[in-house]
Design a binder for this molecule. Structure first.
Ligand code: PMP
Ligand code: GLU
Length: 395
Protein backbone atom coordinates (compact mmCIF):
# COMPACT_ATOMS: atom_id res chain seq x y z
CA UNK A 1 0.00 0.00 0.00
CA UNK A 2 1.37 3.39 -0.98
CA UNK A 3 1.08 6.50 1.16
CA UNK A 4 -2.31 8.21 1.37
CA UNK A 5 -0.69 11.45 0.29
CA UNK A 6 -0.53 10.08 -3.26
CA UNK A 7 -4.32 9.87 -3.52
CA UNK A 8 -4.74 13.50 -4.52
CA UNK A 9 -1.50 14.16 -6.30
CA UNK A 10 -1.07 14.29 -10.06
CA UNK A 11 2.31 14.22 -11.80
CA UNK A 12 3.50 17.55 -13.23
CA UNK A 13 1.55 18.39 -16.42
CA UNK A 14 4.29 20.69 -17.76
CA UNK A 15 7.01 18.09 -17.29
CA UNK A 16 4.67 15.33 -18.58
CA UNK A 17 3.87 17.14 -21.83
CA UNK A 18 7.49 17.95 -22.42
CA UNK A 19 8.47 14.30 -21.89
CA UNK A 20 5.76 13.24 -24.34
CA UNK A 21 7.11 15.70 -26.91
CA UNK A 22 10.62 14.28 -26.42
CA UNK A 23 9.27 10.76 -27.04
CA UNK A 24 7.35 11.83 -30.15
CA UNK A 25 10.44 13.60 -31.49
CA UNK A 26 12.57 10.50 -30.80
CA UNK A 27 10.08 8.52 -32.92
CA UNK A 28 10.78 10.89 -35.82
CA UNK A 29 7.80 13.25 -35.43
CA UNK A 30 8.28 16.93 -36.10
CA UNK A 31 6.73 18.69 -33.10
CA UNK A 32 6.54 22.39 -32.30
CA UNK A 33 7.04 22.55 -28.56
CA UNK A 34 5.42 25.62 -27.02
CA UNK A 35 4.66 23.79 -23.80
CA UNK A 36 7.41 23.74 -21.19
CA UNK A 37 8.98 26.95 -19.92
CA UNK A 38 12.52 26.13 -20.90
CA UNK A 39 14.90 28.71 -22.40
CA UNK A 40 16.34 27.65 -25.77
CA UNK A 41 19.70 29.28 -24.92
CA UNK A 42 22.77 27.44 -23.69
CA UNK A 43 24.40 28.00 -20.31
CA UNK A 44 26.83 30.96 -20.74
CA UNK A 45 30.34 29.74 -21.62
CA UNK A 46 32.13 31.60 -18.81
CA UNK A 47 29.82 29.98 -16.26
CA UNK A 48 30.55 26.52 -17.69
CA UNK A 49 34.26 27.24 -17.19
CA UNK A 50 33.65 27.75 -13.46
CA UNK A 51 31.99 24.32 -13.31
CA UNK A 52 34.79 22.63 -15.26
CA UNK A 53 37.47 24.27 -13.12
CA UNK A 54 35.72 23.18 -9.92
CA UNK A 55 35.94 19.57 -11.13
CA UNK A 56 39.61 19.96 -12.09
CA UNK A 57 40.22 21.36 -8.60
CA UNK A 58 38.46 18.30 -7.15
CA UNK A 59 35.68 20.31 -5.56
CA UNK A 60 33.72 17.10 -5.33
CA UNK A 61 33.35 16.37 -1.62
CA UNK A 62 30.49 17.01 0.79
CA UNK A 63 30.26 20.70 1.62
CA UNK A 64 28.17 23.25 3.54
CA UNK A 65 24.43 22.47 3.72
CA UNK A 66 23.28 25.98 2.73
CA UNK A 67 25.76 26.19 -0.13
CA UNK A 68 29.29 27.51 -0.64
CA UNK A 69 29.98 30.77 1.16
CA UNK A 70 31.32 32.52 -1.97
CA UNK A 71 28.07 31.95 -3.83
CA UNK A 72 25.89 33.02 -0.89
CA UNK A 73 27.96 36.20 -0.66
CA UNK A 74 27.49 36.86 -4.39
CA UNK A 75 23.73 36.30 -4.02
CA UNK A 76 23.64 38.87 -1.18
CA UNK A 77 25.44 41.38 -3.42
CA UNK A 78 22.99 40.67 -6.24
CA UNK A 79 19.97 41.07 -3.95
CA UNK A 80 21.33 44.36 -2.63
CA UNK A 81 22.23 45.80 -6.03
CA UNK A 82 19.36 44.55 -8.17
CA UNK A 83 16.53 44.01 -5.70
CA UNK A 84 17.31 46.59 -3.06
CA UNK A 85 17.19 44.09 -0.17
CA UNK A 86 19.97 43.56 2.34
CA UNK A 87 20.70 39.99 3.43
CA UNK A 88 23.66 38.28 5.07
CA UNK A 89 25.03 34.96 3.74
CA UNK A 90 23.53 33.00 6.68
CA UNK A 91 20.08 34.03 5.39
CA UNK A 92 20.61 32.40 1.98
CA UNK A 93 19.93 28.69 1.42
CA UNK A 94 20.91 27.17 -1.92
CA UNK A 95 19.04 24.11 -3.13
CA UNK A 96 18.68 21.79 -6.13
CA UNK A 97 16.38 24.09 -8.09
CA UNK A 98 13.61 26.48 -7.08
CA UNK A 99 11.30 23.45 -6.73
CA UNK A 100 13.55 22.18 -3.96
CA UNK A 101 13.57 25.64 -2.34
CA UNK A 102 9.77 25.75 -2.38
CA UNK A 103 9.43 22.35 -0.69
CA UNK A 104 12.01 23.46 1.90
CA UNK A 105 9.83 26.49 2.65
CA UNK A 106 6.64 24.44 2.90
CA UNK A 107 8.31 21.93 5.22
CA UNK A 108 9.78 24.69 7.39
CA UNK A 109 6.61 26.75 7.70
CA UNK A 110 3.49 24.62 7.47
CA UNK A 111 1.90 21.99 9.70
CA UNK A 112 -0.77 19.50 8.59
CA UNK A 113 -4.04 21.42 8.28
CA UNK A 114 -2.42 24.79 7.59
CA UNK A 115 -3.69 26.49 4.46
CA UNK A 116 -1.46 27.79 1.71
CA UNK A 117 -3.09 30.51 -0.38
CA UNK A 118 -2.78 30.16 -4.15
CA UNK A 119 -4.12 32.98 -6.35
CA UNK A 120 -5.57 31.51 -9.54
CA UNK A 121 -4.12 30.81 -12.06
CA UNK A 122 -1.00 29.37 -10.40
CA UNK A 123 1.99 27.34 -11.49
CA UNK A 124 1.06 23.68 -11.64
CA UNK A 125 3.45 22.36 -8.99
CA UNK A 126 2.46 24.59 -6.06
CA UNK A 127 -0.77 22.79 -5.18
CA UNK A 128 0.85 19.37 -5.46
CA UNK A 129 3.86 20.38 -3.34
CA UNK A 130 1.50 21.73 -0.70
CA UNK A 131 -0.34 18.39 -0.65
CA UNK A 132 2.92 16.41 -0.55
CA UNK A 133 3.86 18.31 2.60
CA UNK A 134 0.41 17.63 4.13
CA UNK A 135 -0.78 21.24 4.13
CA UNK A 136 -3.97 22.35 2.33
CA UNK A 137 -3.97 24.33 -0.92
CA UNK A 138 -6.59 27.13 -0.81
CA UNK A 139 -7.28 28.60 -4.23
CA UNK A 140 -8.12 32.31 -4.42
CA UNK A 141 -10.25 33.55 -7.31
CA UNK A 142 -8.83 36.58 -9.12
CA UNK A 143 -10.28 38.67 -11.96
CA UNK A 144 -9.32 38.71 -15.61
CA UNK A 145 -10.00 42.49 -15.68
CA UNK A 146 -7.15 42.79 -13.19
CA UNK A 147 -4.85 40.55 -15.26
CA UNK A 148 -5.56 37.78 -12.75
CA UNK A 149 -3.44 39.59 -10.17
CA UNK A 150 -4.39 39.12 -6.53
CA UNK A 151 -6.00 42.14 -4.85
CA UNK A 152 -6.34 43.00 -1.19
CA UNK A 153 -10.08 42.30 -1.46
CA UNK A 154 -9.57 38.85 -3.03
CA UNK A 155 -7.13 38.02 -0.27
CA UNK A 156 -9.33 39.26 2.58
CA UNK A 157 -12.23 37.20 1.25
CA UNK A 158 -10.14 34.00 1.34
CA UNK A 159 -8.27 34.02 4.61
CA UNK A 160 -9.21 32.30 7.85
CA UNK A 161 -7.47 31.25 11.07
CA UNK A 162 -5.68 28.40 9.24
CA UNK A 163 -4.10 30.64 6.57
CA UNK A 164 -0.35 30.33 6.97
CA UNK A 165 1.39 31.20 3.73
CA UNK A 166 0.61 33.12 0.55
CA UNK A 167 2.39 32.14 -2.65
CA UNK A 168 2.91 35.19 -4.83
CA UNK A 169 4.52 34.61 -8.22
CA UNK A 170 5.91 37.78 -9.71
CA UNK A 171 6.24 37.90 -12.73
CA UNK A 172 3.50 35.31 -13.00
CA UNK A 173 3.62 31.88 -14.53
CA UNK A 174 1.29 31.36 -16.50
CA UNK A 175 0.16 34.93 -17.26
CA UNK A 176 3.37 37.00 -17.28
CA UNK A 177 1.59 39.68 -15.21
CA UNK A 178 3.79 41.86 -12.98
CA UNK A 179 2.61 43.47 -9.72
CA UNK A 180 2.99 47.21 -9.11
CA UNK A 181 4.50 48.55 -5.91
CA UNK A 182 1.10 49.72 -4.61
CA UNK A 183 -0.48 46.33 -5.28
CA UNK A 184 2.33 44.59 -3.39
CA UNK A 185 2.12 46.97 -0.45
CA UNK A 186 -1.63 46.37 -0.06
CA UNK A 187 -1.27 42.59 -0.20
CA UNK A 188 1.69 42.56 2.21
CA UNK A 189 -0.21 44.76 4.68
CA UNK A 190 -3.02 42.19 4.87
CA UNK A 191 -0.45 39.42 5.38
CA UNK A 192 1.26 41.28 8.23
CA UNK A 193 -2.07 42.01 9.93
CA UNK A 194 -3.10 38.37 9.69
CA UNK A 195 0.21 36.62 10.49
CA UNK A 196 0.56 35.14 7.03
CA UNK A 197 3.99 34.51 5.53
CA UNK A 198 4.65 35.42 1.90
CA UNK A 199 6.56 33.13 -0.41
CA UNK A 200 7.68 35.46 -3.21
CA UNK A 201 8.55 33.32 -6.22
CA UNK A 202 10.64 35.70 -8.33
CA UNK A 203 12.28 33.16 -10.62
CA UNK A 204 11.25 35.22 -13.70
CA UNK A 205 12.34 38.58 -12.19
CA UNK A 206 14.95 39.35 -14.84
CA UNK A 207 12.52 38.76 -17.68
CA UNK A 208 10.30 41.83 -17.51
CA UNK A 209 9.62 44.37 -20.20
CA UNK A 210 8.86 47.77 -18.72
CA UNK A 211 11.10 48.05 -15.66
CA UNK A 212 8.12 47.85 -13.32
CA UNK A 213 9.28 44.74 -11.43
CA UNK A 214 9.90 45.22 -7.73
CA UNK A 215 10.73 42.63 -5.04
CA UNK A 216 8.07 42.54 -2.35
CA UNK A 217 10.69 42.00 0.39
CA UNK A 218 12.29 45.35 -0.51
CA UNK A 219 9.20 47.32 0.53
CA UNK A 220 9.78 47.54 4.31
CA UNK A 221 11.64 45.72 7.12
CA UNK A 222 8.31 44.28 8.38
CA UNK A 223 7.46 42.90 4.94
CA UNK A 224 10.98 41.55 4.53
CA UNK A 225 10.64 39.70 7.84
CA UNK A 226 7.55 37.72 6.75
CA UNK A 227 8.76 37.11 3.19
CA UNK A 228 10.80 34.23 1.85
CA UNK A 229 12.05 35.10 -1.61
CA UNK A 230 12.61 32.19 -4.00
CA UNK A 231 14.82 32.48 -7.03
CA UNK A 232 17.02 30.30 -9.19
CA UNK A 233 19.25 30.03 -12.21
CA UNK A 234 16.96 28.02 -14.51
CA UNK A 235 15.26 30.90 -16.31
CA UNK A 236 17.73 33.81 -16.09
CA UNK A 237 20.78 31.75 -17.07
CA UNK A 238 19.13 28.92 -19.04
CA UNK A 239 20.28 26.40 -16.43
CA UNK A 240 17.14 24.25 -16.25
CA UNK A 241 18.93 20.88 -16.15
CA UNK A 242 21.72 21.96 -13.83
CA UNK A 243 19.27 22.41 -10.93
CA UNK A 244 20.14 25.37 -8.75
CA UNK A 245 17.77 27.55 -6.75
CA UNK A 246 17.89 29.57 -3.54
CA UNK A 247 15.90 31.32 -0.85
CA UNK A 248 16.48 34.55 1.03
CA UNK A 249 14.65 34.86 4.34
CA UNK A 250 15.02 35.81 7.97
CA UNK A 251 17.65 33.82 9.88
CA UNK A 252 15.16 31.69 11.81
CA UNK A 253 13.52 30.39 8.63
CA UNK A 254 16.87 29.95 6.87
CA UNK A 255 18.14 27.83 9.78
CA UNK A 256 14.97 25.72 9.75
CA UNK A 257 15.29 25.09 6.00
CA UNK A 258 18.96 24.24 6.36
CA UNK A 259 18.18 21.74 9.08
CA UNK A 260 15.60 20.04 6.86
CA UNK A 261 17.90 20.12 3.83
CA UNK A 262 20.77 18.59 5.83
CA UNK A 263 18.72 15.38 6.08
CA UNK A 264 17.04 15.40 2.69
CA UNK A 265 19.75 16.30 0.13
CA UNK A 266 22.72 17.62 2.21
CA UNK A 267 23.29 20.42 -0.32
CA UNK A 268 22.90 21.05 -4.05
CA UNK A 269 25.59 19.72 -6.39
CA UNK A 270 28.87 21.57 -5.92
CA UNK A 271 29.44 21.69 -9.68
CA UNK A 272 26.05 23.39 -10.12
CA UNK A 273 26.98 25.90 -7.43
CA UNK A 274 30.26 26.81 -9.13
CA UNK A 275 28.44 27.28 -12.43
CA UNK A 276 26.00 29.57 -10.59
CA UNK A 277 28.93 31.50 -9.14
CA UNK A 278 30.28 32.00 -12.67
CA UNK A 279 26.86 33.30 -13.76
CA UNK A 280 26.75 35.94 -11.05
CA UNK A 281 30.39 36.98 -11.36
CA UNK A 282 30.83 37.03 -15.12
CA UNK A 283 27.66 36.58 -17.14
CA UNK A 284 25.56 39.73 -16.74
CA UNK A 285 25.89 40.52 -20.47
CA UNK A 286 24.76 37.03 -21.48
CA UNK A 287 21.67 37.36 -19.28
CA UNK A 288 20.92 40.86 -20.61
CA UNK A 289 21.13 39.52 -24.17
CA UNK A 290 18.69 36.73 -23.38
CA UNK A 291 16.23 39.24 -21.91
CA UNK A 292 16.55 41.44 -25.02
CA UNK A 293 15.69 38.42 -27.15
CA UNK A 294 12.65 37.61 -25.00
CA UNK A 295 11.49 41.21 -25.35
CA UNK A 296 11.72 41.01 -29.13
CA UNK A 297 9.89 37.69 -29.17
CA UNK A 298 7.21 39.14 -26.89
CA UNK A 299 6.56 41.95 -29.43
CA UNK A 300 6.41 39.46 -32.28
CA UNK A 301 4.08 36.97 -30.63
CA UNK A 302 1.67 39.57 -29.20
CA UNK A 303 1.46 41.36 -32.60
CA UNK A 304 0.58 38.06 -34.23
CA UNK A 305 -1.94 37.01 -31.56
CA UNK A 306 -3.66 40.41 -31.81
CA UNK A 307 -4.61 39.50 -35.40
CA UNK A 308 -6.44 36.31 -34.44
CA UNK A 309 -10.20 36.72 -34.17
CA UNK A 310 -12.14 35.35 -31.21
CA UNK A 311 -9.32 35.02 -28.69
CA UNK A 312 -7.87 37.30 -26.05
CA UNK A 313 -5.02 37.04 -23.58
CA UNK A 314 -3.58 38.63 -20.48
CA UNK A 315 -1.07 41.23 -21.67
CA UNK A 316 2.19 39.97 -20.17
CA UNK A 317 4.81 42.33 -18.76
CA UNK A 318 7.27 39.59 -17.95
CA UNK A 319 8.25 35.88 -18.09
CA UNK A 320 7.94 34.12 -21.46
CA UNK A 321 4.36 32.90 -21.46
CA UNK A 322 1.04 33.96 -22.93
CA UNK A 323 -2.15 32.76 -21.26
CA UNK A 324 -4.74 32.63 -24.02
CA UNK A 325 -8.49 32.78 -23.39
CA UNK A 326 -10.26 30.22 -25.61
CA UNK A 327 -13.77 30.63 -24.13
CA UNK A 328 -15.15 31.24 -27.63
CA UNK A 329 -13.71 27.93 -28.80
CA UNK A 330 -14.85 26.08 -25.69
CA UNK A 331 -18.50 27.00 -26.37
CA UNK A 332 -18.46 24.95 -29.56
CA UNK A 333 -15.98 22.23 -28.62
CA UNK A 334 -16.73 18.60 -27.83
CA UNK A 335 -15.13 17.43 -24.61
CA UNK A 336 -15.95 15.28 -21.60
CA UNK A 337 -14.21 16.43 -18.45
CA UNK A 338 -11.76 19.15 -19.29
CA UNK A 339 -11.90 21.42 -22.32
CA UNK A 340 -8.28 22.56 -22.17
CA UNK A 341 -6.84 19.04 -21.74
CA UNK A 342 -8.91 17.69 -24.67
CA UNK A 343 -8.10 20.74 -26.77
CA UNK A 344 -4.34 20.41 -26.18
CA UNK A 345 -4.44 16.67 -26.93
CA UNK A 346 -6.35 17.22 -30.19
CA UNK A 347 -4.12 20.12 -31.20
CA UNK A 348 -0.99 18.05 -30.59
CA UNK A 349 -2.35 15.04 -32.46
CA UNK A 350 -3.66 17.02 -35.42
CA UNK A 351 -1.25 19.94 -35.81
CA UNK A 352 1.80 18.61 -33.96
CA UNK A 353 1.98 21.63 -31.66
CA UNK A 354 2.31 21.22 -27.87
CA UNK A 355 0.73 23.76 -25.47
CA UNK A 356 -0.09 23.46 -21.76
CA UNK A 357 -3.81 23.20 -20.85
CA UNK A 358 -5.10 26.00 -18.61
CA UNK A 359 -6.52 23.29 -16.31
CA UNK A 360 -2.95 22.67 -15.11
CA UNK A 361 -3.01 26.23 -13.72
CA UNK A 362 -6.58 25.98 -12.42
CA UNK A 363 -8.48 27.75 -15.25
CA UNK A 364 -9.94 25.49 -17.92
CA UNK A 365 -10.90 27.98 -20.69
CA UNK A 366 -7.26 28.86 -21.27
CA UNK A 367 -4.09 27.43 -22.79
CA UNK A 368 -0.54 28.56 -22.10
CA UNK A 369 1.93 29.28 -24.88
CA UNK A 370 5.63 29.38 -24.02
CA UNK A 371 7.66 31.54 -26.39
CA UNK A 372 11.08 30.61 -25.04
CA UNK A 373 12.00 29.37 -28.53
CA UNK A 374 12.92 30.83 -31.93
CA UNK A 375 10.25 33.09 -33.50
CA UNK A 376 9.99 30.87 -36.60
CA UNK A 377 8.90 28.05 -34.34
CA UNK A 378 6.35 29.93 -32.25
CA UNK A 379 4.95 31.78 -35.29
CA UNK A 380 4.45 28.46 -37.05
CA UNK A 381 2.69 27.19 -33.92
CA UNK A 382 0.47 30.28 -33.66
CA UNK A 383 -0.47 30.03 -37.38
CA UNK A 384 -1.51 26.45 -36.76
CA UNK A 385 -3.48 27.52 -33.68
CA UNK A 386 -5.40 30.05 -35.79
CA UNK A 387 -6.24 27.38 -38.42
CA UNK A 388 -7.27 24.92 -35.74
CA UNK A 389 -9.61 27.21 -33.80
CA UNK A 390 -11.13 29.02 -36.79
CA UNK A 391 -13.98 26.56 -37.46
CA UNK A 392 -15.09 26.74 -33.80
CA UNK A 393 -15.03 30.51 -33.69
CA UNK A 394 -17.05 30.78 -36.92
CA UNK A 395 -19.92 28.67 -35.50
N1 PMP B 1 8.63 28.62 -9.90
C1 PMP B 1 8.05 28.86 -11.08
C2 PMP B 1 7.03 29.95 -11.16
C3 PMP B 1 8.37 28.10 -12.21
O1 PMP B 1 7.77 28.35 -13.37
C4 PMP B 1 9.32 27.07 -12.10
C5 PMP B 1 9.65 26.21 -13.28
N2 PMP B 1 10.95 26.31 -13.63
C6 PMP B 1 9.91 26.86 -10.84
C7 PMP B 1 9.54 27.65 -9.77
C8 PMP B 1 10.92 25.77 -10.62
O2 PMP B 1 12.19 26.13 -11.08
P1 PMP B 1 13.44 25.13 -11.01
O3 PMP B 1 13.58 24.58 -12.39
O4 PMP B 1 14.60 25.98 -10.60
O5 PMP B 1 13.11 24.08 -10.02
N1 GLU C 1 8.24 25.86 -14.68
C1 GLU C 1 8.33 25.58 -16.09
C2 GLU C 1 6.95 25.55 -16.71
O1 GLU C 1 6.02 26.03 -16.12
C3 GLU C 1 9.12 24.32 -16.33
C4 GLU C 1 8.43 23.01 -16.04
C5 GLU C 1 8.16 22.82 -14.60
O2 GLU C 1 9.11 22.77 -13.84
O3 GLU C 1 6.97 22.81 -14.29
O4 GLU C 1 6.80 25.08 -17.80
Amino acid sequence: MLSNRLKNITPSVTVGISSKVKELKAQGNNIINLSIGEPDFNVPEKAKEYGKKSLDDNKTKYDLVSGITELREEICKKLSKENNIEYTPDQIVLSSGAKNSITNILLAITDPGDEVLLPLPYWVSYSEMVKVTNAIPREIKTKKEHDFKLTKEDLLASINENSKLLILTNPSNPTGAVYTKDELVEIAKVCIENNIYIMADEIYEKIHFDNSFISVASLSPEIKDITITVNGFAKCAAMTGIRLGYTASNTEIAKAMSSIQSHVVSHPSLTAQYIGLGVLKECQDDMDNMVETYKRRYEIITNRLDKIKGISYVKPLGAFYIFVDLSNVKKNYNYDESFSIKFCEDFLNEKRVALVPGKAFGIDEYVRISYACHEDEFLDGVNKLEDFINPYIQQ
